[in-house]
Design a protein around this ligand. Structure first.
Ligand code: GLO
Ligand code: MG
Length: 382
């Protein structure tokens, strides 16, 4: 069974990834707030969310489902292994719930061996290990019928520019990503319709090699062997806002190049660390978020929106962990519904010949449901 598509405004499907539901909410200043939860339990919670009509899809890192043992990089192929059994159990739960898998992504950030990078690690043995882990992730994704493979820039970055091998780094990265395409074709993994790069300016590294969507597109078109296979999944508002960029501009640009594959979605205070607030939560970004969905409608983009955000650490209740996690899912979905609804109010039918400021105020009145006549009367009242 596959769930019916959501199809509201520009959003075809709503996806909640394993890593957002499973997150125990640690941060650099304090440990976990919520008890850990197994991958099978996360799958059951996602199935619950599907049954409540909150989501139609999910995504995962390899490590979200099963741990990786560098000594057994092909354990997924052994039907007697615990890895295979766990994957099969999760697959059964997701299939029964009708959940699609949007993207399979290889975690090259969690294990200490990748602390100085995965695909761009200066040590060829570590790059080789990263490649093996990516292959295993691609096979796991194929087991679940994942539509995409995602490369998030993660620990491929630097703190010390003079310690970087600038002659080779981007070539190593291109080799790693070209291998994704070659492996998919060689193994005939026909589930993949494409692959994405997810840029981020910093965190966990001081600087990351593909900091913005513009860098990602440039790399795809200028450096990869199969640019048509690759697109971008920007994380908006978070990642571009960290670099003081604008989400409306970002989606407009990516759509004009046909490179917007899907969205990672959440909220962010500009220029801060990666807040990963749930959609529309926090003091900033309401207009920007709504205008982003308006722009997507204007250009005719339709696609999947994936929540990539986290429950506020302050809201994780260790005594009611399940309820906290369910409330988080509901809040994300509500935020998205509100953003789509508010964007639909921006019908573009504001008066012609207005200045930029007047256009903005007219659009804001529409978005907020204010009556321009009432506002005009208030403006001139003495
Ligand atoms: C972190 C990223 C991360 C990626 C995920 C998928 O800032 O948003 O969550 O989206 O690893 O590759
Ligand atoms: Mg993301």
């Amino acid at each position: 069974m596959t769930l019916q598509a959501f199809n509201v405004g520009p959003v075809t499907l709503r996806s909640m990834p394993f890593w957002c539901v499973g997150n125990p909410l640690g941060d650099p200043f304090g440990g976990k707030v919520l008890p850990g939860i197994s991958s099978v339990e996360v799958a059951k919670m996602l199935a619950w969310a599907a049954g409540e009509n909150l989501i139609e899809a999910t995504s995962f890192h390899d490590d979200d489902l099963v741990p990786f043992d560098p000594a057994h990089p092909e354990d997924d192929l052994d039907q007697k292994s615990q890895t295979y059994k766990t994957l099969a159990e999760i697959k059964k739960i997701l299939s029964a719930a009708g959940l699609q898998v949007n993207t399979a992504t290889c975690s090259l950030h969690g294990m200490t061996v990748f602390r100085n990078g995965g695909l761009t690690n200066p040590d060829p043995k570590i790059r080789e290990l990263a490649r093996k882990k990516v292959e295993r992730t691609l096979r796991i994704g194929a087991m679940f019928g994942a539509k995409h493979y995602t490369y998030w820039v993660a620990r491929d970055g630097f703190e010390v520019p003079v310690a970087v091998d600038w002659k080779n780094t981007f070539t190593w990265l291109a080799d790693g990503l070209d291998h994704v395409y070659d492996y998919i074709k060689a193994k005939k993994l026909t589930n993949y319709v494409g692959a994405t790069i997810e840029p981020k300016p910093n965190e966990p590294r001081g600087q990351m090699y593909l900091p913005t969507s513009g860098h990602a597109v440039g790399f795809i078109c200028g450096k990869l062997k199969h640019p048509d296979f690759w697109g971008v999944n920007p994380e908006l508002l978070q990642h571009e806002s960290m670099a003081l960029l604008n989400a409306v501009h970002c989606v407009g640009y990516l759509c004009s190049l046909g490179k917007l594959k899907f969205l990672h979605f959440g909220s962010q205070i500009k220029a801060q660390f990666d807040n990963d607030f749930p959609p529309l939560v926090g003091p900033e970004g309401l207009k920007e978020t709504v205008q982003m969905f308006w722009a997507l409608s204007q250009v005719g983009w339709k696609g999947l929106v994936e929540f990539d955000c986290h429950m506020l650490r302050a809201e994780g209740d260790p005594d009611h962990a399940e309820e906290s996690r369910k409330a988080f899912i509901r809040n994300c979905v509500n935020g998205l519904s509100m953003a789509i609804e508010l964007a639909a109010r921006l019908d573009g039918k504001w008066q012609q010949g207005l200045t930029g400021s007047e256009t903005d105020l007219a659009a804001t009145m529409k978005m907020c449901g204010l009556d321009p006549k009432t506002i005009a009367a208030r403006t001139v009242k003495r």
